[in-house]
Design a protein. Structure first.
Length: 144
């Protein structure tokens, strides 16, 4: 038989999964085939290495830090959302109070309120983004 017919049997030979007839055929083939013998040795080394491997479990300290980190990030995100929403609402209310008492048409009042609320929304958004990007900007050291 050709080498290709025996190669799928080599790992089964190493693991002891072959029948007696298959074991005899593989052993006869191995006596005359150098490439299959070298591949068999590689399989044996691989089996030895994988049998000695153990999965490393992180210790409790790692898991405490991991969950603490997640909670901190969630708290900060919620905090930023609340600060942003509060700033926008307070600015909108202040502008409403100022604009409503002016003696100008209703359409102009609504337009001014929309303009100022939009401005404060963009301002808070850009400031928040700049604060976060300043800490994590990958291209900070690159000179243009």
């Amino acid at each position: 038989m050709a080498d290709d017919a025996f190669k799928p049997l080599l790992m089964g030979y190493v693991d002891g999964e072959l029948t007696e007839v298959e074991v005899q055929r593989v052993e006869q083939h191995l006596q005359g085939c150098i490439s299959c013998r070298s591949e068999l040795e590689e399989f044996r080394k691989l089996k030895e290495v994988t049998q000695n491997m153990r999965v490393a479990s992180p210790d409790e300290k790692y898991w405490e830090q991991y969950w603490s980190s997640i909670y901190n990030r969630l708290e900060r995100r919620i905090g930023w959302i609340l600060v942003s929403a509060g700033t926008i609402l307070l600015a909108g209310y202040a502008i409403y109070e100022v604009v409503w008492f002016w003696d100008i048409p209703l359409v102009v009042r609504i337009g001014l309120m929309a303009l100022v609320i939009g401005f404060f929304t963009l301002l808070v958004s850009v400031l928040r983004e700049r604060i976060f990007l300043r800490r994590a900007d990958k291209y900070e050291r690159i000179k243009r």
